[in-house]
Design a protein around this ligand. Structure first.
Ligand code: AMP
Length: 195
């Protein structure tokens, strides 16, 4: 099984790139943010718990996220038609990363690569404020955006150090380019692993 983790700050283009990558390389796209937004919209119990955090730009507690991931793993075990998972917006804490590592170890030949999309803070702010106007996402107001960037710096960046420690390959990609060019650069690195 080959897995890809798309890493980067909010507004780096993780969602857009993930959709393209998942389709091209036949990976099962797991976006925790998308799942949470659907749960919130459908007003499920999980959605009601998550709403409180998402609206403020805080991270949803690890237990809630790991329960979601557990469920996906159980279902996917039955399917087997994908080459592996593409994780988008997950893991976002050290705990999530360690738990994911344990879960992936149950597969004998599991290989994971991290695509780290790098975008400056100035560009992120510009993109997120623009998205707030276009998509009307509740978590895209200016103070919430600032909080999401700070949460990324405080809680999520350390995930990269963990992957370095356990020798998972991390590929840095300059995300300040067109969608097509960023996708091309990512594909160049993924092809040898996934084709
Ligand atoms: P995203 O669409 O990935 O930017 O996620 C939107 C929001 O959902 C985040 O700001 C968090 O509140 C929540 N969220 C998504 N993924 C996670 C995760 N792996 N851990 C904790 N919270 C998450």
């Amino acid at each position: 099984m080959k897995n890809v983790i798309i890493f980067g700050p909010p507004g780096a283009g993780k969602g857009t790139q993930s959709k393209l990558i998942a389709e091209k390389f036949n990976l099962f796209h797991v976006s925790t943010g998308e799942i949470l937004r659907k749960e919130i919209e459908s007003e499920t119990i999980l959605g009601r718990v998550a709403k409180h955090y998402v609206e403020k730009g805080e991270l949803v507690p690890d237990e809630v996220i790991m329960r979601m991931i557990d469920e996906i793993f159980v279902e996917q075990n039955k399917l087997k038609k994908f080459k592996g998972y593409l994780f988008d917006g997950f893991p976002r804490t050290l705990h999530q990363a360690k738990e994911l590592n344990k879960m992936l170890k149950q597969y004998k030949q599991s290989e994971t690569i991290v695509i780290n999309i790098i975008v400056s803070e100035k560009e992120i702010l510009k993109r997120l404020l623009n998205r707030a106007k276009l998509e009307n996402r509740e978590d895209d107001s200016e103070d919430v955006i600032m909080n999401r960037i700070n949460v990324y710096k405080k809680q999520t960046v350390e995930v990269l150090n963990y992957y370095k420690e356990i020798n998972i390959k991390i590929v840095d990609i300059d995300g300040e380019d067109t969608i097509e060019n960023v996708f091309k650069k990512i594909c160049k690195h993924l092809k040898p692993l996934l084709d």
